[in-house]
Write a protein that binds this ligand. Structure first.
Ligand code: PMV
Length: 319
């Protein structure tokens, strides 16, 4: 038995922790679950040896395995479950996409734990559990558009769907301009960003930005959604650039991509970008523009990988 969860991309970002241990965020966030990228995970109890974690068939050690085991120990304590496990995960997140897989990884892990131990958790409870592994994972429990309400404790901080099967014409093109792993983890970036004089003003806009994004979704207003997602991503990267000391995830190629998106818009090809804790652009656009955008990006960036994603579904239990 396996559990499948898709990754998600935040349109309104989570970029600050109120409680690092419980992964309670400083702000609410809103995301789109993506069909092209997912993780499948199973957990089995094993006897007479330590827990093992396999990713894509390869036994993992070091920090990757440690993070999984630390998370599982947390869940074991919560549910009073003893023993050691064999954890097997397959990541269907093309490394080419430049998308982080922690959202699908920890949502799938939480789901697999629920499934293996027949805990009977509902999706709200599952979202809270996934959050303990990686904040953004709490949104991957649901499909379509998902809102993570920040809440103020473990009980009240969880995600819920805004529209699970949106009829909106919306596509994401993940452009991999750089393959290298990021130098600043999202945890470190979130902490440093709070030293920016613009962090509090940005935070005070969070409720309004969430409300505006929810109405763009309800109205199926692509322009409003794209403009707001791009603004929010720029705000996130602006607080990084104005932190003390300042830092950025941007590379020269990131700026080149941003300018290309602006130029495409001037030419009447409607598209917007969002960028996470890395240098890669994710372009939001509509079906009729995909071909042209791909063509232009392939021309401007040699051999760049581009992956097209639509709406993904929520957590699934497979046999
Ligand atoms: O959940 P984490 O620790 O991988 O942090 C996610 C941070 C961003 O991807 C930049 C924003 C978000 O809301 O997903």
């Amino acid at each position: 038995m396996k559990t499948r969860a898709h990754t998600n991309i935040a349109l309104i970002k989570y970029w600050g922790k109120a409680d690092p241990n419980l992964r309670l965020p400083l702000m609410s966030s809103l995301s789109m679950t993506l069909d092209a990228f997912y993780t499948e995970t199973s957990i089995k109890k094993i006897k007479g040896r330590q827990s093992e974690f396999y990713l894509n068939g390869q036994k993992q050690g070091g920090p990757a395995a440690e993070r999984v085991f630390t998370y599982l120990r947390k869940l074991q304590t919560r549910f009073n479950i003893r023993g050691h496990f064999l954890v097997q995960s397959m990541n269907h997140v093309p490394t080419a996409a430049g998308l982080a897989s922690s959202s699908s990884a920890f949502a799938a892990l939480a789901g697999a734990f629920n499934q293996t131990f027949a805990l009977g958790l509902n999706r709200q409870q599952l979202s809270r559990l996934a959050r303990l592994g990686s904040g953004s994972a709490c949104r991957s429990v649901f499909g379509g558009f998902t809102l993570w309400q920040k809440g103020n404790d473990d009980q009240s901080s969880y995600a819920y769907p805004i529209e699970e099967h949106p009829a909106m014409d919306l596509h994401l093109l993940a452009i991999e301009i750089n393959k290298k792993p990021k130098k600043i983890s999202s945890t470190a970036g979130m902490k440093a960003a709070q030293t920016s004089p613009f962090f509090q003003p940005w935070l005070s806009r969070n409720d309004a930005e969430i409300q505006e994004m929810v109405s763009a979704i309800k109205e199926h207003d692509f322009t409003k959604l794209g403009e707001l997602a791009e603004l929010n991503a720029n705000e996130m990267h602006a607080v990084n650039l104005t932190a003390r000391p300042p830092f950025t995830y941007f590379l020269p190629a990131t700026i080149k991509g941003i300018r290309l998106v602006q130029e495409l818009r001037h030419r009447g090809i409607e598209c917007y970008y969002t960028i996470d804790a890395g240098p890669n652009l994710k372009i939001l656009t509509q079906l009729r523009n995909i071909k042209e955008i791909k063509k232009i990006f392939l021309l401007e960036f040699n051999h760049v990988n581009i992956v097209n994603a639509g709406f993904g579904s929520g957590i699934e239990y497979l046999n």
